[in-house]
Design a protein around this ligand. Structure first.
Ligand code: PLP
Length: 419
């Protein structure tokens, strides 16, 4: 090969089947030539192709995998217009929050609800709308980073509210809140933040929602994980035992919280969004705040959430992928693992993930391959989706709990091609 690169056009043509639009390919080829490393173009185009959003198989056994978008929910949209803000009764302007708000209020057995982009926006909106330039009492044990730089004290500052620290890291009692409220005359809210992704163990104590509801200021509970009901009313069999201790929206509100906030892509099992549910006058203030527009979801999310709420209310839990995965029996998974007839069927432990239920494990079953083929699986094979697997002690583990049974054939075909 001589030292002159082939023409840009010629190189770009080589990758016309890559799925990357031509202008982006041209840009990548030019960059490679500028950097004098155009011989490694295959690799660069492949790297670029893998950056694109695409479907994958989750064989990690982490039900709500943060890097795989937590809960997965099918998109069903034909592309026709929708009555997002048109009231079909009157023909005049309606609210995108109206019907969905009723659905979530009903699901949470409370007065009102609204939906925003995620739970972080829910917390930001509430603090901005209900506590601007006022104090918010929060336990020192809950002054946490919830994920990826979302730190409670920072969000508070951003909202214009100020922090009134209560109690100590390991112990905060009702009297501590009372004392803080009395000492700072303009405490306008108590905020309780659920310890979703960590545990404080040992010599600990925290105040109950019930006790804090009596203190005369609005009580907001960020439960985060999105469990609607501790009794799982949508499941005939009641709640699985690994859910024990996780606060439900219904129970938290019934115990006296004025508002609860939670994510819709954790234990709720839906697309990314945040739910605010509770007292109608407080929700009204949130809806009226200018931030509400900045954090409102679009029709794709609203239509998905509406469908999800209908499934809960109709108790069609088998149509909610998260619950279907979570409740598949170990025996059923073992049967599937043995049917694959490739690799070694092994018992495994799945985890809920998504920053929920730390240290909970759900007995599962899957396939073990005796060496590390995680890269090959991630590369994907002909006609099959990339597979994201776990590697432990140099062995590749594929947990079948997080894979839809209809995709077992793809797993088998990929494994056959790789090993
Ligand atoms: C996950 C979580 C959040 C953040 O929710 P996002 O929807 O990711 O913005 C906030 N609070 C609690 C308690 C959480 O568990």
């Amino acid at each position: 090969m001589d030292n002159y690169p082939p023409s840009v056009n010629e190189l770009v043509e080589t990758y016309s089947n890559s799925g990357i639009p031509r202008p982006l390919l041209v840009e990548e080829v030019r960059r490679a030539i500028d950097e004098g490393i155009w011989e490694s173009l295959d690799e660069r185009v492949e790297t670029l192709r893998k950056l694109a959003l695409q479907e994958v198989l989750n064989a990690t056994g982490v039900l709500l995998h943060t890097n795989l978008g937590r809960a997965s929910w099918p998109t069903t949209f034909s592309g026709n217009p929708v009555n997002l803000e048109l009231d079909l009764n009157s023909g005049s302007r309606g609210s995108r929050q109206g019907y969905l708000g009723r659905l979530f209020a009903n699901l949470c057995e409370t007065e009102a609800a609204m939906v925003v982009n995620n739970c972080s926006s829910a917390v930001l909106l509430i603090l901005s709308a209900l506590a601007h330039e006022k104090g918010v009492a929060i336990s020192r044990g809950e002054m946490v980073e919830i994920g990826g730089g979302f730190r409670v004290p920072d969000v508070l500052e951003l909202s214009g509210a100020y922090l009134v620290e209560v109690g100590t890291t390991n112990k905060t009692r009702r009297e501590d809140y009372e004392r803080s409220i009395n000492a700072h005359r303009d405490v306008s809210m108590i905020m309780k933040i659920h310890q979703s992704n960590y545990k404080i163990v040992g010599f600990t104590e925290s105040a109950e929602i019930r006790e804090l509801a009596e203190l005369g200021v609005p009580l907001v509970a960020d439960i985060g994980s999105g469990l609607l009901d501790e009794n799982c009313f949508w499941l005939e069999s009641g709640p699985p035992n690994w859910l024990i201790g996780e606060p439900g929206a219904r129970q938290t509100l019934a115990q006296g919280a004025d508002i609860v906030t939670f994510s819709s892509d954790k234990l709720l099992g839906g697309p990314q969004a945040g739910i605010i549910a509770g007292k109608a006058d407080l929700i009204e203030k949130c809806l009226d705040h200018p931030f509400a527009r900045a954090v409102r979801p679009g029709s794709l999310v609203i239509s998905s959430l509406q469908e999800l709420c209908h499934k809960y209310l109709n108790r069609n839990w088998t149509d909610i992928p998260f619950w279907k995965m979570a409740l598949t029996t170990k025996d059923e998974l073992q049967r599937r693992a043995e049917q694959l007839k490739i690799g070694i069927p092994v018992p495994l432990n799945s985890v809920p993930g998504g920053g929920t239920l730390p240290s909970v494990e759900i007995p599962s079953f899957g396939i073990q391959i005796d060496h590390d083929i995680s890269k090959e699986l991630r590369d994907g094979t002909a006609n099959n989706l990339p597979i994201i697997a776990r590697v432990e002690d140099g062995k590749t583990l594929l947990d079948l709990r997080t894979i839809h049974p209809s995709l077992d054939d793809q797993v088998k075909s990929s494994l056959k091609q790789i090993i």
